[in-house]
Ligand binder design. Structure first.
Ligand code: SF4
Length: 361
């Protein structure tokens, strides 16, 4: 089980993958890479070819990042200019840290295992030597306050894996944030012990137990069919999901459709949904939409409260598929685009629809 899945299991046992495989799953390379993926690819390449030793490591990193975009075959993400600027400015500090080691002491994106505890992880960067440094690259928003618990937990698992695989405990653990630069995230032998204890406790719990929480539910594979989540989400301060009957659709010539969803006598529009998703009549069907965005309160488009964003997905619920916690149900993970369409699991674009979030109840 990966460090990330372990964190999910601690927060909500039902959200963790059903197996505890020791082997990392091969990374799935499909669809349009997001900003985080592109930055990770660029930094990995920058480190592997020792570009950090160049006179202007930031400029070189930006060049590599742009190549990653070109190689992806997709246009740059919307906020790519800002990302380039940040890479340029923050690279020097990272280059200074990495340059303090010999080439053989710099280990980038290497799988580490603890076969006894069935744990694995792939730290972004490990710098060996007398005083090992563990570095994790983060491209998501990181506030000025303390490092989020999910990240420190992950670093604790990585520190344990470094000890098991290299026989030494990291002297220093840092987060390299695209937004904030290098930030210390101290890990101690005590904190590692505590993290491993949480994993052991979680494994002993009922694996079907659900603990809905916005942070964990947001990208949970089981979200569409998890009834406890849908009940709890109705009371969230900032909901990002909506369900109900599709009572109307309005397609526009720009390839986008607005859909009107009725739930409990209330009707709400969701706009900017890619029309390609609706290959069949949607009206009258029960739909669930997740990871929707909201229009800014000052928006003049009062018709719509919800809008489809890059990470949004929807699923039609009128196919008699089982729900999570339904004792009779074992909806198989839809493995092909065709079966995903059958299951009504659809993503943001024709490309994404082929690899959209799927139910695995
Ligand atoms: S959607 Fe359900 S299974 Fe997934 S994290 Fe939320 S409560 Fe847990």
């Amino acid at each position: 089980m990966s460090a990330t899945s372990s964190w999910r299991m601690i927060r909500c046992p039902a959200s963790a993958p059903p197996s505890v495989s020791i082997t990392p799953r091969a990374p799935t390379e499909h669809g349009r890479p997001n900003r985080g993926t592109l930055v990770h690819r660029a930094v990995e390449s920058w480190i592997k070819d020792e570009s950090y030793r160049e006179a202007d490591p930031g400029a070189r990193l930006v060049t590599i990042a742009d190549s990653c975009v070109t190689d992806s075959g997709y246009p740059a993400p919307r906020d790519w200019q800002e990302t380039r600027s940040r890479l340029r400015v923050k690279a020097r500090k990272l280059a200074d840290v990495v340059s303090s080691r010999t080439v053989s002491q710099v280990i980038s994106e290497n799988e580490l295992y603890d076969r006894e505890l069935k744990l694995w992880g792939i730290p972004d960067l490990l710098l060996l030597g007398d005083r090992p440094i563990l570095l994790d690259l983060k491209t998501e928003h990181l506030g000025p306050g303390s490092i989020p618990e999910s990240i420190t937990f992950q670093l604790n698992i990585y520190a344990h894996l470094v000890l098991v695989n290299h026989g030494m405990f990291p002297d220093r653990t840092d987060v390299f944030s695209l937004e904030r630069g290098l930030r210390p995230a101290p890990v101690t032998e005590e904190s590692v012990k505590s993290a491993l204890g949480l994993v052991a406790d979680a494994r002993a719990r009922d694996r079907d137990a659900t603990f809905p929480d916005h942070e964990v539910c947001r990208f949970c594979d089981r979200r569409f069919r998890c009834e406890p989540h849908w009940r709890a989400a109705a009371a969230w301060d900032e909901p990002d999901g909506l369900e109900g009957e599709v009572v109307d659709t309005e397609a526009s010539s720009n390839g986008l459709t607005a859909i009107l969803v009725r739930h409990a006598e209330r009707e709400e529009w969701v706009t900017k949904v890619p029309s390609a998703i609706f290959q069949e009549e949607a009206r009258g069907r029960h739909v669930r939409l997740v990871r929707l965005g909201h229009f800014a309160p000052e928006s003049e488009d009062l018709k719509a409260r919800w809008r489809w964003i890059r990470t949004s997905a929807l699923q039609f619920q009128d196919l008699g598929l089982p729900s999570l916690n339904d004792a009779t149900g074992s909806c198989k993970r839809a493995a092909t685009a065709q079966s995903k369409r059958l299951h009504g699991c659809l993503g943001a674009s024709p490309q994404d629809a082929a690899q959209a979030p799927v139910c695995r109840a």
